[in-house]
Design a protein around this ligand. Structure first.
Ligand SMILES: Nc1ccn([C@@H]2O[C@H](COP(=O)(O)OP(=O)(O)OP(=O)(O)O)[C@@H](O)[C@H]2O)c(=O)n1
Ligand SMILES: C[C@](O)(CO)[C@H](O)COP(=O)(O)O
Length: 225
């Protein structure tokens, strides 16, 4: 069994809108609907959990009620990782072999990427999409550069991130008290002495975080037509 947790409990504060960004529309469809439909339509995904923003729980239910694979909607936690762990605890009863964790704010993932991640995770117990860095990278504090980094060793993490469910659950349990120290699932999996394997991500698999991202997302959506 392959399950997906779509984390959609954020408030979208960096977007500065009156509603969380997952409810913003692109061509009359909410980001939540667009993202959920990709996993609904993937023949590799058996079921989906939506982790929702408590203040917009009913609105979330209304948006995803049409998706048959969504078997549970639960309220999220204070951080992304707390929301993920809430989803993992629900999945414990189903005990899937592989779990994919995905940001609702990334509505442009492809089926090809999902397939590659699942194939790799089945083989290696983990698979995350990463993007090479094409710009020069440095460490700086107070607007002064302290050190230049080798951009050939620096990668940007994307989602979905795919894992052996049992191993990821163990890692989250181990670091339950420190989840806010981490910003993605791979870092928790890695902290628990697991190997994290990567595949090439997709440039278009952007995370809609700011208004500029939303403008770019609308452009990308038109391209998909
Ligand atoms: N307590 C939280 C915080 C975030 N997320 C989810 O984690 C993903 C990545 O987080 P981010 O892009 O930062 O979303 P927000 O937290 O909503 O944005 P912001 O940080 O600007 O408030 C998003 O799909 C978001 O809904 C979540 O499920 N639970
Ligand atoms: C999980 C993630 O998308 C991987 O790059 C990223 O860490 C999420 O960060 P956010 O600040 O919670 O959006």
């Amino acid at each position: 069994m392959i399950s997906t947790i779509i984390v959609a409990a954020g408030s979208g504060s960096r977007m500065n809108k009156s509603i969380p960004k997952q409810f913003l529309k692109i061509k009359n469809k909410s980001i939540l609907e667009i993202t959920t439909s990709i996993f609904e339509n993937s023949e590799l995904i058996d079921n989906i959990i939506i982790v929702a923003n408590k203040k917009f729980f009913k609105k979330t239910e209304l948006e995803v009620i049409k998706f048959k694979k969504v078997f549970k909607i639960i309220p999220g936690g204070k951080t992304r990782q707390e929301s993920v762990f809430k989803g993992l605890k629900i999945l414990k009863q189903l005990n899937p072999s592989i779990v994919l964790i995905h940001d609702v704010a990334r509505p442009f993932i492809s089926n090809i990427l999902i397939k590659k991640l699942i194939t790799k995770a089945k083989e290696k117990n983990s698979a995350i999409p990463i993007l090479k860095e094409n710009s020069t990278i440095s460490l700086s504090t107070k607007n002064k550069i302290e050190k230049f980094l080798d951009r050939n060793q620096v990668y940007q993490h994307q989602t979905p991130q795919a894992f052996d469910f049992k191993k990821l659950f163990e890692a989250y349990t181990k670091f339950e008290k420190n989840l806010s120290d981490f910003t993605d699932d791979a870092s928790i999996f890695f902290a628990n002495k697991n190997e994290v394997y990567t595949i090439e991500g997709e440039k278009n698999n952007i995370k809609i975080t700011t208004n500029e991202d939303l403008l770019f997302a609308k452009f990308l959506y038109d391209l998909k037509k």
